[in-house]
Design a binder for this molecule. Structure first.
Ligand code: CO
Length: 152
């Protein structure tokens, strides 16, 4: 009887733990940027179990894309500064992404206030324990609009 009781407790325990871990790291993530040139998150975590990861970006402000454009770009942290700097010299039509996009894991278009966009990428493109940075590639934004992206 004692064995069954402890087994029962273990199963109930796992059942209680699962919803918690699932809500902390998912496959559909959301982030918001506003007219204050800030994201509402400094870190994002995706689940290692995702076939695909979707990130939805909402611009909660009122300023247009030409004045206060935001996007969401993901690279390995080692590549972040080079990609961000190269992107500054392109154009809004190119979403301020560099010509060479080989280091970009995922990127949305640039949007203005009141708009929303998303990007879906292969879950295999990122790995648990990897060191990734997300940022806005609009000129002058990435110094402040950046954060860490991890997989667990
Ligand atoms: Co921005």
């Amino acid at each position: 009887m004692i064995r069954y009781a402890s087994l029962f407790c273990a199963i109930v325990g796992i059942g209680l733990l699962l919803p918690t871990s699932a809500s902390a790291a998912g496959c559909e993530l959301e982030i918001t940027g506003g007219d204050d040139m800030k994201y509402d998150k400094e870190s994002m975590t995706a689940s290692a179990d995702c076939d695909e990861i979707t990130v939805t970006l909402t611009h909660s402000g009122e300023m247009g894309a030409q004045q206060m454009g935001h996007n969401w770009v993901l690279t390995e942290s080692d590549d972040f500064q080079e990609v961000a700097q190269a992107g500054q010299s392109t154009s809004l039509e190119q979403d301020y992404l560099p010509e060479d996009q080989s280091a970009i894991i995922a990127a949305t278009e640039i949007i203005g206030g009141g708009e929303q966009t998303s990007v879906t990428f292969d879950g295999d493109a990122v790995e648990a324990g990897g060191d990734y940075t997300f940022f806005c590639s609009f000129p002058g934004h990435w110094g402040q609009m950046q954060g860490t992206f991890s997989v667990e």
